[in-house]
Design a protein around this ligand. Structure first.
Ligand code: APR
Ligand code: PHB
Length: 390
């Protein structure tokens, strides 16, 4: 098989790039290790910055998002018995975010790929990129006993944190930066009316909690838990009771509980791999960097990678201009690190750290006090939350 761009990974990053390139007449093949049902069964975050929403529209995939997604102009930080609102619209100069589940967004991208007869190969086993430093790279995968080879101009590593692409960059070339937090988030999805029309991020001495939503009938809640906890340790009753303890009394009193439809624990981690290009391999999204979910930056950091890659590929194929490809790693990493900084800051400010000393706790309190006393600090939070420019 032959294509122009071979994309490893059929998550939001890979599908979005495939769709955008297709619309510019550039051929792609997407190789996904899992079945479509598996990919669409994964529950992921649900806040899209306006730049990502614009990319969805450009990819001709924004219709359902615009119909069913909710525009949020603000969110709440609950702390010290207070509920302080961040007016995103006011402090970001008129911007907002879209609340729309990443699972739904992935479904829309798959549907668009099907509509345009894009090639997405599922259950591709042992995917392996080859000859990445040459002008003729190729990717192989196994389909049962058969080994299939795909020749291409470029390979995109959009295969998430556990993918094969990053691992194919030699160890002496790749530098990895990592910070592991000493806790995870236990998340519950329930078919209940959300407790608040806007997200509530709650700082509490028992641990952080978040009230989020997917729609007016579907809620998503999280609580901070120790890394040693397992899902089996948490019955639905125990989860709701603990969530209520961490929310302001007036919110806890309104909380509608119900059976969990999904329950999982995700450890919190920050990670960046540099460079994001090796020969004709380009890394994008979770394959190159991950953030703790506190600032809702996961998918949104992937969005800028895709934006830069998309424009660089179009310039290369349409005008023979490879500047964008040559500058990709540097440009993408500059924005990636800003998203890392913001996610680290939100995480540090709002969580309870098991080994923190009294001095650290005073700084956390001061961080919040400063935030709500300074329009400039609120402006900084807002511009990062709605998404820095690409
Ligand atoms: N071969 C082929 N596909 C693979 C391989 C492999 N060796 N390893 C992983 N994959 C697939 C995974 O099954 C997954 O579907 O690559 C896909 C990567 O998708 P994501 O992990 O969703 O990563 P990405 O598309 O970059 O999405 C960005 O934003 O909110 C965050 O972490 C969240 O997934 C989200 C991310
Ligand atoms: C979610 O709805 O899953 C969600 C929202 C905001 C976050 C993290 C997760 O910061």
């Amino acid at each position: 098989m032959k294509t122009q761009v071979c994309i490893i990974g059929g998550g939001p990053s890979g599908l979005m790039l495939s769709q955008l390139l297709h619309l510019k007449g550039i051929n792609t093949v997407v190789l996904e290790r899992q079945s479509r049902e598996y990919v669409l069964g994964r529950i992921r975050a649900g806040v899209l910055e306006h730049g990502f929403a614009a990319l969805m529209r450009e990819a001709q995939c924004g219709e359902r998002m615009d119909k069913e997604g909710e525009i949020h102009d603000g969110f709440i930080i609950a702390h010290d018995g207070k509920m302080d609102r961040i007016d995103l619209h006011k402090y970001s100069g008129g911007s907002s975010v879209v609340v729309y589940g990443q699972t739904e967004l992935t479904r829309d991208l798959y549907e668009a790929r099907d509509r345009m007869k894009g090639i997405v190969i599922h259950n591709a086993e042992d995917v392996q990129p080859h000859d990445l430093k040459s002008a003729n790279p190729y990717v192989t995968y196994r389909n049962g006993d058969e080994v299939v080879r795909i020749d291409c101009d470029f390979v995109i590593g959009a295969d998430g944190f556990h993918g094969v692409s990053r691992k194919s960059i030699p160890r002496d070339v790749l530098k990895e930066y990592e910070k592991v937090y000493p806790f995870g988030w236990l998340g519950v999805l329930s078919r209940t009316k959300p407790v608040s029309p806007e997200l509530i991020y709650a700082k509490h001495e028992r641990g952080f909690a978040l009230c989020s939503l997917r729609s007016q009938v579907l809620s998503r809640y999280y609580i901070q838990v120790p890394l040693t906890d397992t899902v089996e340790d948490w019955s639905d009753e125990a989860f709701w009771a603990e969530l209520k303890r961490r929310l302001p009394a007036e919110v806890a009193a309104k909380l509608i509980t119900g059976a969990s439809i999904e329950k999982s624990i995700a450890p919190l981690r920050s990670f960046v791999a540099e460079p994001m290009r090796y020969g004709n391999l380009f890394l994008a999204g979770d394959a190159a960097h991950i953030v703790p979910p506190t600032g809702a930056r996961g998918l949104n950091s992937a969005a800028s990678d895709i934006y830069y890659l998309y424009h660089a590929m179009v310039a290369h194929y349409q005008n023979g201009d490879s500047t964008g490809l040559d500058k990709y790693s540097e440009k993408a990493l500059a924005r990636v690190w800003k998203a890392q900084r913001f996610s680290w800051w939100m995480t540090t400010m709002l969580h309870t750290f098991p080994d923190s000393i009294a001095y650290d706790q005073k700084l956390q309190d001061t961080d919040l006090a400063y935030l709500f006393s300074s329009e400039k600090a609120l402006g900084s939070l807002a511009e990062n939350y709605v998404g820095l420019p690409f």
